[in-house]
Ligand binder design. Structure first.
Ligand SMILES: Nc1nc2c(ncn2[C@@H]2O[C@H](COP(=O)(O)OP(=O)(O)OP(=O)(O)OP(=O)(O)OC[C@H]3O[C@@H](n4cnc5c(=O)[nH]c(N)nc54)[C@H](O)[C@@H]3O)[C@@H](O)[C@H]2O)c(=O)[nH]1
Length: 149
């Protein structure tokens, strides 16, 4: 059985005069252990827990952001598959906007730092190709939604 984790790509929109696609920032958290890698908030699914509940719980635990502070974006769900210490792991990411872009992020002791980053900086922090592809897919999804408005 693969390890399973779920989380949210959380983004915020800055009110500004720059083009709409340029005003999106993604939240990445840096682990306080291991390689100090950066990922969106996510974590392991507890026994009996459904995936979306895990994503919401982990986002609250790791970033201090609750369901009422987030707006889940329709039609976006990405699944990543990679190996951790020789075991397969799958990670599901939904996409959610922080309703109030000024909301404070509160870290748990699992993370030592966080960053709100535009797409290219977010990809550079993320490092892993599959996570970069996921962030780019999120950006395309949001741009396509903006084009429809
Ligand atoms: N002291 C200590 N403690 C640890 C360590 N390790 C865990 N803990 C404890 O576990 C708890 C975490 O529990 P949750 O929060 O529920 O789970 P997750 O959020 O799932 O967190 P993880 O960190 O377990 O899982 P990943 O982020 O998946 O990283 C695992 C490896 O996968 C690679 N990797 C990461 N992301 C990507 C990607 O997108 N793409 C690709 N291709 N590869 C990627 C990268 O190489 C990385 O090293 C904490 O409380 C810790 O106490 C550790 O090394 N030392």
């Amino acid at each position: 059985m693969a390890l399973r984790a779920c989380g949210f790509i959380v983004f915020r929109r800055l009110a500004s005069c720059i083009p709409p696609a340029g005003n999106i920032e993604y939240l990445l958290l840096q682990t306080s252990y291991g390689e100090h890698h950066w990922t969106p908030p996510k974590g392991h699914v507890d026994p009996g827990e459904d995936d979306l509940t895990t994503a919401l719980r982990e986002t609250k635990e790791e970033a201090g952001l609750g369901a009422d502070q987030l707006r889940v974006i329709d039609g976006f769900l990405q699944e990543l598959h990679y190996e951790v210490r020789g075991k397969p792991k799958e990670v599901l990411y939904w996409l959610a906007e922080l309703r109030d872009p000024g909301t404070t992020v509160t870290l748990s002791d699992e993370h030592q730092d966080y960053r709100w980053a535009r797409l290219e900086e977010a990809c550079s922090l993320a490092g892993y190709k599959d996570l970069q592809d996921t962030l780019r897919a999120a950006q395309r999804h949001l741009e396509a939604q903006q084009d429809k408005q």
